[in-house]
Design a protein around this ligand. Structure first.
Ligand SMILES: [Zn+2]
Length: 239
């Protein structure tokens, strides 16, 4: 399996202190070391009554029978996992919207690639288990979602990068590029929100990711963008 081979090759190349991003498979793309990233972990006391473990997950939470919707919007985070058999595939509506976004981007001089979108429960399990094996659970939890908890399983999450710059994929550097800035300012017009904004770590449960976008439709995306808000805040849901 290509990824596995690459993962273990990467282990030799990258120092053990290097943390990778929460949602991505950027190891397949990246050829240079990532900066160490700050942990997105949240503590038990900040999160209300449920006891959380070091990774920010509710202790002893069982996989639900059904995925969770608020106001008709699917939400997936550390409080609301998805069932193992929830496998919608990549959203056609989100893909269409991404293509529209890319058309507009091209006019502005940028071309984007959605380098990671839908990931099944099983795929996430393979990734997460591999990271745990390599770095230990505590470290893995800072950059990879546990199976059932990744927003990529919804089929609505798109990791976006600039074509020709795979070194910036799933890297903080992307947010500093002109393309990354354009995306942050314009994605909502096509129905995408920056899912894990800077300064909202305690609300979303994740550190800032300048590349991870979630399709919610133009109306909701615009409202969230204009209010400098998050999906959790918009829906009144825990994160
Ligand atoms: Zn992602």
């Amino acid at each position: 399996m290509r990824l596995k081979t690459f993962t273990w090759t990467a282990t030799l190349l990258l120092s053990s202190s290097i943390l990778l991003a929460a949602c991505s498979e950027q190891k397949e793309q990246s050829n240079e070391p990532k900066k160490e990233q700050t942990s997105q972990q949240t503590t038990n006391t900040e999160k209300g009554q449920e006891k959380r473990d070091a990774g920010g997950y509710i202790i002893n939470q069982k996989t639900p029978k059904k995925e969770h919707y608020v106001k008709g919007v699917l939400i997936a985070n550390k409080v609301y996992p998805m069932p193992q058999n929830f496998a919608p595939g990549e959203s056609k509506e989100a893909r269409k919207a991404f293509e529209q976004l890319n058309k507009a981007a091209k006019k502005a001089g940028y071309t984007f690639d959605a380098f990671s979108t839908y990931r099944s429960y099983d795929r996430q399990k393979v990734l997460y288990d591999g990271y745990v094996k390599r770095d230990g659970k505590e470290a893995a939890d800072t950059y990879s979602a546990r199976p059932g908890f990744s927003e990529h399983q919804t089929g609505l999450a798109f990791d976006i990068g600039e074509v020709g710059k795979p070194g910036d994929y799933a890297d903080d550097r992307f947010g500093e590029t002109e393309a990354g800035k354009w995306l942050a300012e314009n994605a909502h017009k096509y129905g995408f929100i920056m899912r894990y904004p800077k300064g909202k770590e305690k609300v979303t449960g994740y550190k800032h990711e300048s590349w991870h976008f979630r399709y919610v439709g133009e109306k909701i995306a615009t409202e969230i963008y204009e209010n400098n808000s998050t999906l959790e805040e918009y829906l009144g849901a825990k994160g």
